[in-house]
Write a protein that binds this ligand. Structure first.
Ligand code: NAD
Length: 370
């Protein structure tokens, strides 16, 4: 099927991962793109990637107009631009009848997120949110274990996404970093919306629960930043369990820094994104077991999410690839849009949690309902 990409230009952080992941199973062909804020650079990179010259667009508006009139129009468009553009671009493509995969955070404001849910509903098209880490086989295994009661009642969820790559004041001049601390371009939160959101989504994804209350502390450790580069959140979930999130951009020495631990009445599990092929599970009063990706012992959904045999390293491209695979199965198949990918509602739920955290932080960490 034909796939289009908006943003994700040559110098971008995440564009390459989308291109590789989308094309991993041979289901999606990069047919059109408006890849860069600079129209010339976008067109040049598009043709370099093999997009036909007539479909390597200078702007997303040109892409929308031209693709709308084509019989072989794109079947899905990915939006991998900075946060402040997501709402406008996603709404425009959905309204014109295109399926959309939008990068996180879905939008900058709760109002836009709720509007986008309505636009998607009205369009009858798919709007997915790229919480790509939820495509990891062992994250899927963790969710299946919770669903099947292997951990008993979930009591505490501890998630963390703390890296050290924005720890230098000179970062403030880096164009890839600058927008992340500019409220005009990223909204009420920086690191919580940028990285913490993945850990928050993972907590909801694995426990199958929504976060219902938040108490947050936001701090900025690098001078000159208008938004937080370090945050600590206490969480309450719908089923009565509690959670913690630490997210940071100044934690020098932490590399990717994304992991989650879930503790229930019958056992606990631990998973880290830098070692994605292993999941540690400790049953109550029992020894710790290391579950390996690709093992026959995994739940079927976790086995199906893997592409290579046990023992080989499989990583982020495969995880993102699973989002694209689910989207393909849903769009190509006859059924309704019920695929196993993070939806626009999941994206909107996270925007609400971030907004709640920012409001709580302003009130000295007061418990605030989502
Ligand atoms: P970046 O600044 O590195 O790259 C942004 C790209 O978008 C650039 O190529 C830029 O030229 C292009 N662009 C900007 N405005 C555009 C427009 N109007 N039309 C066309 N292209 C435009 O940013 P990034 O780190 O790649 O992040 C992009 C988005 O992806 C953000 O929303 C970010 O939160 C998200 N992201 C998600 C993940 C993930 O794991 N899901 C990881 C990193 C970033």
């Amino acid at each position: 099927m034909n796939w289009g990409l908006v943003g994700g230009g040559k110098a971008s952080q995440i564009g390459g991962a989308h291109r590789i992941a989308a094309q991993l199973d041979g289901h999606w062909r990069l047919a059109a793109g408006a890849l860069d804020i600079d129209p010339e650079k976008g067109r040049a990179y598009g043709t370099e990637l093999g997009i036909d010259e007539s479909r390597a667009y200078g702007t997303w508006q040109d892409m929308l107009k031209s693709e709308s009139g084509r019989e072989d129009r794109i079947d899905l468009v990915t939006i991998a631009t900075p946060n402040h553009t997501h709402f406008e671009i996603a709404s425009a493509f959905l309204s014109a009848g295109f399926n959309v995969l939008c990068e996180k955070p879905l939008t900058m404001t709760v109002r836009d997120a709720e509007d986008l849910v309505r636009v998607a509903e009205k369009s009858g098209k798919i709007c997915a949110t790229n919480f790509g880490y939820s495509g990891y086989p062992m994250a899927i295994q963790a969710r299946e274990m919770v669903r099947n009661g292997d951990l008993g009642d979930i009591r505490v969820v501890f998630s963390e996404f703390a890296h050290g790559f924005h720890a230098d004041e000179s970062d403030n001049d880096n164009p890839r970093i600058r927008w992340r601390y500019d409220p005009e371009q990223t909204g009420v939160s920086s690191i919580t919306a940028d990285c913490g959101v993945h850990a928050l989504h993972m907590a909801e994804f694995i426990t199958c629960q929504r976060i219902t209350e938040v108490s947050a502390q936001f701090d900025h450790c690098v001078d000159g930043r208008a938004l937080e580069d370090d945050a600590l959140l206490a969480l309450r979930f719908g089923n009565g369990s509690v959670g913690r999130l630490w997210t940071s951009a100044i934690a020098i020495g932490q590399v990717h820094g994304f992991g989650i631990r879930v503790f229930g009445s019958k056992g606990g599990l631990s998973w880290h994104q830098e070692f994605p092929n292993q999941l540690h599970f400790t049953p109550l009063n029992g020894p710790t077991r290391i579950l390996e990706r690709g093992s026959e012992a995994l739940y079927p959904k976790a086995r199906a999410a893997s592409r290579i045999a046990i023992g080989h390293a499989e990583g982020m491209f495969g995880a993102f690839g699973n989002i694209y695979r689910s989207l393909h199965e849903t769009i190509a198949g006859p059924g309704p849009a019920t695929g196993d990918f993070p939806t626009v509602e999941d994206g909107a739920a996270m925007v609400r949690v971030i907004d709640t955290a920012a409001r709580s932080a302003k009130q000295g960490g007061a418990w605030t309902p989502v």
